[in-house]
Design a binder for this molecule. Structure first.
Ligand code: SAH
Length: 220
């Protein structure tokens, strides 16, 4: 299979990332289902054609419109932190290429994903459809507002950095739900934050590790 060695290297890089960060994340391994999804989803098909050779690199990659696809380890970490099950319904903010949505689609019942740049939203929608990821619904709108008609969500993952947690997203996180979101200013220190909501509705935040994301931009 094409890119098979690169794919194996990517998995090895994710495993080293897990080992290096385990004190911060509290996780010394990721769920095997998450690792299987990372193995199975063809990352090379989500990056621009002239970037395919670099698709498996251990870093973020530009995908046009000033946006980036996250480093494989970060995609795996954010997915793992959500503790998803086959019955979960999850919301992603920042569809970008659709790669993270495709990973999520392997693990849950339904994925909803929102992108604010129309060209990226359309391309991702087309790609996910053509590749057969049937349980992903995508739309072009302002992710700050979430997708209230489809709430509550068991998991919410925000793949762009916000200064604060968007209140609508917090409202749409169901009991027992988990949200992973990078918080911080553009090009400044950002922290990956995990928010959990218990069955009584109380939320708790913990900081996982320092990250670098493109900004979540308000307004569609
Ligand atoms: N998850 C993507 C990478 C996301 S990059 C992937 O797997 O490829 C962050 C994305 O968030 C960019 O595409 C950017 O356009 C989008 N974005 C930024 N602000 C947004 C907002 N308010 N609502 C929805 N999407 C937003």
């Amino acid at each position: 299979m094409a890119f098979e060695r690169d794919r194996q290297q990517m998995i090895a890089d994710i495993e080293s990332g897990i080992a290096v960060t385990r004190m911060m994340t509290g996780r010394d391994h990721f769920n095997p289902r998450v690792m299987d999804a990372m193995r199975q989803v063809p990352r090379e098909d989500f990056v621009p054609a002239d970037m395919r050779h670099a698709a498996f690199r251990d870093g973020a990659l530009p995908v046009g419109h000033g946006q980036t696809i996250s480093q494989p380890y970060i995609v795996a970490l954010m997915t793992d932190l959500l503790d998803l099950t086959k019955d979960s319904v999850v919301l992603e903010i920042g569809t970008g290429t659709g790669y993270q949505a495709a990973i999520l689609s392997q693990l849950v019942r339904q994925v909803y994903t929102i992108e604010k740049i129309p060209e990226l939203a359309e391309a991702a929608q087309r790609r996910l459809g053509a590749m057969g990821y049937g349980n992903v619904e995508a739309r072009c709108s302002d992710g700050y507002l979430g997708w209230p008609e489809k709430a509550p969500f068991d998991g919410i993952v925000v793949t762009a950095a916000a200064a604060d947690v968007p209140p609508a997203l917090l409202d749409q996180l169901g009991p027992g739900g988990r949200m992973v979101i990078p918080i911080g200013l553009p090009y400044m220190h950002q922290e990956l934050i995990l928010i959990t909501r218990d069955r009584q509705g109380e939320t708790e935040r913990s900081s996982i590790l320092g990250v670098a994301f493109v900004p979540l931009v308000k307004g569609a």
